[in-house]
Design a protein around this ligand. Structure first.
Ligand code: ZN
Length: 177
C-alpha cells in the first residue's frame, strides 16, 4: 500500500466534477489497490473521510470512517467504508450547524450547516449496493466527502466566514463547543 499525496485548495482537481466509476472497473486490481491506498492515506493523516479528487483522481469514490456508536470515543469502533458513485439525499428539512475541517484545507476549521439525516446510496468495493440512513456526525462526513466529487469545498457551504478558525485558535477557544 502507499500513502498518496493530498491536493490542497487551489489545485484545480479539487474543483472538477468527478466521473462515475464503471462497475467493471471496481474489480480490477488497480482500483482495489487505489481503495486501499486511500484508506491508508486517510488513516495516516488522521482524517475521518477522504474523496478521490483529494488524491488527484477525479473519480466518484470516497472513504469514510463511520462510527456506529456516537457516544463512544474509541477509534477502534470506527469502520472505514469505501463508497463508490454515492448518491446523497436529505431526509426531511432539518439542518444543523457543526465544525468541519478538510485535509485539503489544512489547519483550518469552520462551521457548516448540513442536513441532519440523509439517505446514502452507493456501491461498496465489491460492487454491491449500499442503502443506508445516517444521522448526525456520519451524515455530516458523508455530505462533506460527496461534495468533493462535485468540486465543492466546505468553505463554499459556510453561510458566513465568522467562524473560520485556525486550528490553534479552535483548540483554544472553540473545541469545547
Ligand atoms: Zn474535505
Amino acid at each position: 500500500m502507499s500513502i498518496l499525496k493530498v491536493a490542497r485548495m487551489g489545485n484545480p482537481v479539487l474543483r472538477e466534477k468527478a466521473r462515475r466509476v464503471e462497475v467493471a472497473e471496481i474489480r480490477q486490481p488497480a482500483f482495489q489497490k487505489f481503495v486501499d491506498d486511500m484508506i491508508e492515506t486517510m488513516n495516516e493523516y488522521r482524517g475521518i473521510g477522504l474523496a478521490a479528487p483529494q488524491v488527484h483522481e477525479p473519480v466518484r469514490l470516497m472513504v469514510v470512517g463511520i462510527q456506529h456508536d456516537e457516544d463512544d470515543e474509541d477509534d477502534s469502533k470506527i469502520e472505514v467504508v469505501p463508497l463508490i458513485n454515492p448518491e446523497v439525499t436529505a431526509i426531511g428539512s432539518d439542518t444543523v450547524e457543526g465544525w468541519e475541517g478538510c485535509l485539503s484545507i489544512p489547519e483550518v476549521r469552520g462551521r457548516v450547516r448540513r442536513a441532519v439525516e440523509i439517505r446514502l446510496q452507493a456501491l461498496d468495493r465489491r460492487g454491491k449496493r449500499i442503502d443506508l440512513t445516517l444521522q448526525g456526525f456520519p451524515a455530516r462526513v458523508v455530505q462533506h466527502e460527496a461534495d468533493h466529487l462535485d468540486g465543492v469545498l466546505f468553505i463554499d457551504r459556510m453561510g458566513s466566514f465568522d467562524s473560520l478558525t485556525y486550528l490553534d485558535e479552535y483548540a483554544r477557544f472553540w473545541a469545547k463547543d
